[in-house]
Design a binder for this molecule. Structure first.
Ligand SMILES: [Zn+2]
Length: 297
C-alpha cells in the first residue's frame, strides 16, 4: 500500500526543478523577471506597449493566469488601481495577495516624482501616489532588480544561487550600459519637449530633458480644445523640439499641437514591444535615446 502511495506522489509531483509562474502587469517587469529568473520562471505579461496600463479589462484569460501565479510583479503606486485589485480578488490565490512574498510592487523600491501634496482622486488625477511610470529611469531598474532578486530567492530558495548569479550578471551589464547611455546622451540635456501624459518624467529627470508642457491638464484628463489652444499660444513663440507620446496614447492631441507648431510628433517606445526592435530593457533605452538624438541634430 505504502509503495503505491509513494508511486502516486512521484507521478503528481512536478518533475522539473521547475519553474515558478510569474504574472507581470507590464512588459518592463516581464522583461526584468526574465533577466533575473531565466528558465526558472514562466512569465505571463498582462499588457502590451499598445495598452494603457492605467486602464485594462480584467479578461478571463488574465484571471486564469493570475490564478496559477506564484508571484505578481506590478508597478504599484496606483498605476493598476483600476484592474489589479479585481484580478487579485478573483484569483483565489493567497500567495500573491498584498503582504505576502508573491506580491511585488516595483514602485515601492524607488523615490516617486510628482507626489501631490493633497491626494484628491475626485479631481480625476490618476497619479494620486506620485508618478508611477518609474521604469524609465534605469537607476530605478537597478534598485528594483536588487529587490526582485531578493524576492525570487525568498519564493524559490532551492534556486537561490541561480538567481544570485543572474542578478550579478544583469547588474554588471546594466551598470555598463547606464554609463554608455549617459555618455551618449550628454547632448540631450536641456532639450525642450512637450509630452501628452506624464509618462516620461523619470526619463527626463535622469537625462536632464526639459519637459516644458504636458498636454493633459491633469494625469488621465484629456486636454479640451480650449486648453490645447492656450497651450499653443504659450508655446508658439518658443516651440519645443517635439511632442512626445507613448505607443498607447491617443495621437490626436499630440498630432494637432505638433502640426500647429510645425514640430515633429514623436512616438517613443515607452516599454518593451513599443517599437519593432525593442525586445528587452536594454533596447528600450538604446532606442529611446537614439530617437531623441535624431531630434536634437
Ligand atoms: Zn500615468
Amino acid at each position: 500500500m505504502k509503495s503505491v502511495a509513494t508511486l502516486i506522489l512521484l507521478i503528481v509531483t512536478p518533475v522539473s526543478a521547475s519553474a515558478i509562474d510569474i504574472f507581470a502587469c507590464e512588459p518592463e517587469w516581464g522583461s526584468l523577471a526574465t533577466e533575473l529568473a531565466g528558465d526558472k520562471a514562466n512569465v505571463t505579461v498582462a499588457t502590451t506597449a499598445f495598452q494603457d496600463p492605467h486602464r485594462l479589462q480584467a479578461k478571463p484569460s488574465l484571471i486564469a493566469a493570475i490564478r496559477r501565479a506564484n508571484m505578481v510583479i506590478c508597478t504599484g503606486a496606483d498605476l493598476e488601481i483600476g484592474w489589479l485589485p479585481l484580478l487579485l480578488r478573483r484569483a483565489g490565490n493567497s500567495s500573491i495577495q498584498a503582504g505576502n512574498p508573491g506580491h511585488f510592487m516595483a514602485a515601492d523600491y524607488v523615490r516617486k516624482l510628482e507626489v501631490p501634496k493633497i491626494i484628491d482622486r475626485s479631481q480625476g488625477d490618476i497619479h494620486p501616489q506620485g508618478n508611477p511610470h518609474v521604469h524609465l529611469d534605469p537607476r530605478n531598474i537597478r534598485r528594483i532588480g536588487i529587490a526582485l532578486g531578493d524576492r525570487l530567492r525568498e519564493i524559490d530558495p532551492a534556486n537561490a544561487a541561480y538567481y544570485d548569479s543572474r542578478l550579478a550578471d544583469f547588474q554588471s551589464r546594466w551598470n555598463e550600459s547606464i554609463d554608455v547611455w549617459e555618455q551618449n546622451s550628454a547632448d540631450l540635456a536641456g532639450i525642450r519637449l512637450a509630452s501628452n501624459h506624464r509618462s516620461f518624467s523619470y526619463f527626463a529627470a535622469w537625462l536632464d530633458l526639459n519637459i516644458v508642457a504636458t498636454l493633459e491638464p491633469k494625469p488621465g484628463i484629456p486636454a479640451s480644445g480650449a486648453q490645447l489652444a492656450t497651450l499653443l499660444e504659450q508655446l508658439s513663440s518658443n516651440p519645443p523640439a517635439a511632442v512626445i507620446r507613448t505607443p498607447y496614447a491617443n495621437e490626436r492631441p499630440s498630432k494637432w499641437l505638433s502640426t500647429q507648431l510645425k514640430i515633429p510628433e514623436v512616438k517613443l517606445p515607452y516599454t518593451i514591444g513599443g517599437a519593432d526592435n525593442v525586445s528587452d530593457l536594454f533596447a528600450l533605452f538604446e532606442e529611446s535615446i537614439a530617437i531623441l538624438r535624431e531630434l536634437a541634430q
